[in-house]
Design a binder for this molecule. Sequence first.
Ligand code: 6PG
Length: 258
Amino acid sequence: MSVAAGQTEIVVCPDAAALAAEAADRIVAAAREAISHSGRFTLVLSGGSTPERTYTLLAQSPRREQIDWSRAWLFFGDERFVPHDDPRSNYHMAQQSLLKPAAIDPTHVLAISTNLETPAQCAAQYESSLRHFFDLDADNSFPEFDLVLLGLGDDGHTASLFPGKPSLDEKRTWITWSPPGTLPPPVERITFTLPLINPAREGVPLVSGAAKAAVVQEIREGPPDLHKRPASGVRPAGKLTWLVDESAAKLLSRERGT
Ligand code: 6PG
């Protein structure tokens, strides 16, 4: 079902395996549409554990052949301030599950470097590499990514935008840093800001498991409260497609998906 710009769709899948397949198929479809429309596909990868299965499917046949990776550019919505070979690194997870198995050209992967002295320096460096990529160096405008994948923490955080943190009030900065949140791993972060997420053509929160059911219900059916539930601030200019599995959707009363 196609969704009008600015609208939201929630898709409930039977389980985590079906969720991963649905997400992978939607990424393939979005890639094809973007490449035929503008000649390239810009995909922002999410961290955490939930997307790993989706990345693995994208690196396997038949989906691997269904995307023209030579026209796809991959970015990271957030990163933990640890070395890239650290198992807690989002880059490490993506490298193992997608980038290496699909032999993605490293020049098409804009990872968040974590080898500078502070997360603030890493954030500034990543912002300048993105501004260079989109040729928006000094401009006040924001780029429009084709698809931004997002996770959801049990506390309602998304990317590394944690409840009550100053990063939530950023208006002009594209990339910022954050002290650790309350959930593991207790490390500093580098993260997209909401002003960089929200111009996207599509935002896709990918949510699995009963532990997320209460926060999904609160965000989907309660009043938006950015500082309490940061994911409620995700409002892409294009469409917002919540992909959730049955366990994460079990408390939703009003909308049960299509
Ligand atoms: C991170 C993520 C974070 C993650 C959520 C959900 O670096 O931790 O980007 O936002 O998506 O915490 O994590 P799980 O998928 O592991 O539940």
